[in-house]
Design a protein around this ligand. Structure first.
Ligand SMILES: C[S@@+](CC[C@H](N)C(=O)[O-])C[C@H]1O[C@@H](n2cnc3c(N)ncnc32)[C@H](O)[C@@H]1O
Length: 342
């Protein structure tokens, strides 16, 4: 088995998984073609609906077959087949934990109906009583902490909800954009899923690896991965994307220009925290209390026995001031409340 772990395989996922004889995946993330006519290299994304549903049943059954008993399965899908995924999951004996809506800006523009700006993400587990869920890795500061200075606030932060509005699609101007795949997902979205539903050293399977987002996030977070795609071009390109990554130390300039002492995992997790909190980095750097809250939440999320001093995050946060074009969410109410805190 070890020879195909931490590897990309140019294969048909149904055929390849069908040859595996025992469960190996702690987590599966699947973002299949949605059957809406996207231009892929080696796959025709418009087939008859019955054919698409039968195909979906097949690949989902294979994913469930190789999922370990405590494993989780996340599936991203559009409106057209969301109901089918829900029902097929049930038929395969999975338990639905959340029906997540990933709401993004930059939806495709329309003239005769509202612009679609969301994707469904189903979060299933194999065993409803035993599964990995690292709540500490996804908690965010609550309004009680951020705004109201309320002593009753849970110092660990609060759980985020099931509508994920913080993650933009990977747009043409983003540094992260690879440019050779039509539907690249953001790494921080994968980082949330991988951090909460797997542990370091676990195996993450992506049967439709595409541009390699899952492999990138898994590697940075210290997980192992198995990535499958039917396109040889995509697989070759992902090899290059992965080879630019030096996980032990500072990322290489081609991957990231951050002038900071944080390693890849820490940088990805700080990017994620930054986006999930949704307050402009310049504001954070100007507010010592906010910066200290950031450092506390970051230490909780990293869960590596280290208390990160706020100063350790400064260089990376400075870089984030120019990172993703985003709305400045901090309100004058929040600013005055923070400066009024003792
Ligand atoms: C929606 S994309 C995945 C995008 C990916 N999540 C990312 O962030 O880049 C779907 C991918 O499935 C691949 N694909 C289609 N049919 C396949 C099959 N039978 N086995 C493996 N991969 C397949 C396509 O080549 C395409 O790259």
């Amino acid at each position: 088995m070890n020879e195909w772990i931490d590897q990309l395989h140019c294969v048909d996922c149904i055929e390849w998984l069908g040859r595996i004889d025992k469960p190996f995946a702690d987590l599966v993330f699947a973002d299949p073609p949605f059957n809406i006519g996207y231009q892929y290299d080696k796959y025709r994304d418009r087939v008859r609906s019955e054919q698409y549903v039968a195909w979906t049943q097949d690949w989902m059954a294979q994913c469930v077959r190789v999922l370990k008993p405590h494993g989780s399965l996340y599936i991203a899908i559009g409106d057209e087949y969301a109901a089918h995924i829900r029902l097929i999951g049930e038929e395969l004996g999975l338990s639905l934990r959340n029906w997540i809506i990933w709401h993004y800006t930059f939806g495709q523009q329309t003239k005769a109906k509202f612009a679609r700006a969301h994707t469904h993400i189903f979060y299933f587990v194999y065993d409803a009583k035993h599964f990995t869920f690292n709540d500490f890795a996804v908690r965010i500061p609550s309004d009680r902490q951020l705004i109201y200075n309320d002593r009753r606030a849970d110092a660990r932060g609060k759980m985020p909800d099931d509508v994920w509005s913080q993650y933009s699609r990977v747009c043409g101007t983003f540094k992260e954009r690879c440019g050779w795949h039509p539907c690249q997902m953001p790494e921080i979205l994968l980082a949330r899923i991988i951090s909460v539903s797997s542990n370091p050293g676990d195996i993450v399977l992506d049967p439709f690896i595409g541009s390699g987002t899952t492999a990138m996030a898994a590697k940075k977070l210290g997980r192992r991965f198995v990535g499958l795609d039917i396109s040889e071009n995509y697989v070759q390109n992902i090899h290059k994307r992965l080879s630019d990554l030096d996980i032990g130390s500072k990322p290489k300039p081609s991957e990231n220009l951050f002038d900071s002492e944080l390693n890849c995992r820490e940088i990805l997790e700080l990017q994620r925290l930054y986006v999930e909190i949704g307050i402009n980095a310049a504001e954070v750097l100007n507010q010592p209390k906010l910066l200290s809250l950031y450092a506390k939440q970051f230490s909780i999320r990293m869960n590596n026995g280290k208390e990160y001093p706020p100063g350790d995050l400064v260089a990376c946060l400075k870089e984030l001031t120019t990172w993703i074009p985003r709305k400045q969410k901090v309100s004058s109410h929040l600013q005055s409340s923070l400066s009024a805190q003792p």
